[in-house]
Design a protein around this ligand. Structure first.
Ligand SMILES: [Zn+2]
Length: 301
């Protein structure tokens, strides 16, 4: 008997438009990737999902009451102003709608093997304030909803975005049930917090060196953590031509990275919730093309 085959289920944002004006953040990538789900990957409708709605309790499990109140009223304060995004109801509402995708991704991961959020990965959001294009920590909101709803236990967060997952690290600093791992460029944004395991890389690291360090770290983590769920923040900003990154990974290198992570946990039958996180290549299409590489790997594992 073969085990029931595991399928990748996606949460996508074909219809969502968030207007942030001229900005380095390629908001267009979400709609491009939603289109490519069908055009490039041939994903059936029954594997494509909308983000579910979240409520105040979802936010309150992760975020501070004062900050949630600022968000609900689209209020400019020190907490919201650090987003480096417009502080208005349209933008905050758009990103809040995407937080539900973090919940849906964890749910789909637990039910089907891989839940792929074609959005999210807002790892610079702290419990009490926004930072670096991130208002709400969708990954943490998803984890905490599944703990509340299904008694989810140990979670491993593998964050390969070129920027450290500082908000996530701070949120889970004192939680032994959540192991945070970040592999990032050391001399880059943000001010670093302490993850359970940090790998700060020197500028310009190439594919081979990167993959060797990542593999070694994942082996270290195996000895320290037996997760019931892996949250993979698959930022493509370690790319050599990224505008906000300073590492030297090629497009095939990013694919090899994704395969290393996704194969490792998928072959063990551990559910994986993937989110896009960052990517600032020379055009939104180029950025989307790199994220598409992660989606292709997810389809293959
Ligand atoms: Zn980033």
């Amino acid at each position: 008997m073969h085990a029931r085959s595991r399928k990748v289920h996606y949460i996508h944002y074909g219809e969502t438009r968030i207007d942030i004006g001229p900005h380095v953040f390629p908001i267009e990538k979400y709609a491009i990737l939603a289109r490519w789900l069908t055009e490039e990957l041939g994903v059936d409708r029954d594997r494509m999902h909308d983000a579910e709605a979240i409520d105040a309790d979802d936010l309150a499990r992760v975020h501070a009451a004062d900050y949630v109140d600022d968000l609900m009223h689209a209020r400019t304060s020190w907490r919201t102003a650090r987003s480096e995004l417009p502080v208005d109801a349209q933008v905050i509402g758009g990103f809040l709608a995407m937080v539900g995708g973090g919940v849906t991704a964890t749910r789909l991961a637990l039910d089907h093997g891989i839940g792929f959020h074609v959005g999210g990965g807002f790892h610079h959001a702290f419990a009490d304030h926004a930072e670096g294009f991130c208002y709400v920590n969708d990954v943490a909101v998803g984890i905490e909803r599944m703990r509340h709803e299904r008694g989810l236990g140990t979670v491993l967060i593998v964050d390969v975005d070129v920027h450290q997952g500082n908000g996530t690290a701070a949120i889970y600093r004192d939680d032994p049930a959540t192991f945070t791992y970040s592999i990032h460029q050391e001399h880059n944004y943000p001010i670093k917090e302490k993850s359970d395991l940090d790998r700060g890389l020197m500028d310009g690291v190439n594919d081979a060196d990167y993959l060797a360090l990542l593999r070694a770290d994942l082996e270290t983590i195996d000895a320290r953590c037996e997760p019931e769920l892996v949250c993979y923040l698959a930022g493509v900003d370690p790319y050599q031509h990224d505008q906000l990154g300073g590492l030297g990974l090629t497009a095939p290198g990013l694919v090899a990275r994704d395969r290393l992570v996704l194969d490792r946990y998928a072959t063990r039958g551990i559910p994986i919730a993937v989110s896009l996180a960052g990517g600032y290549a020379r055009s939104p299409e180029e950025t989307a093309r790199l994220h598409l590489g992660t989606m292709r790997v997810a389809e293959e594992v």
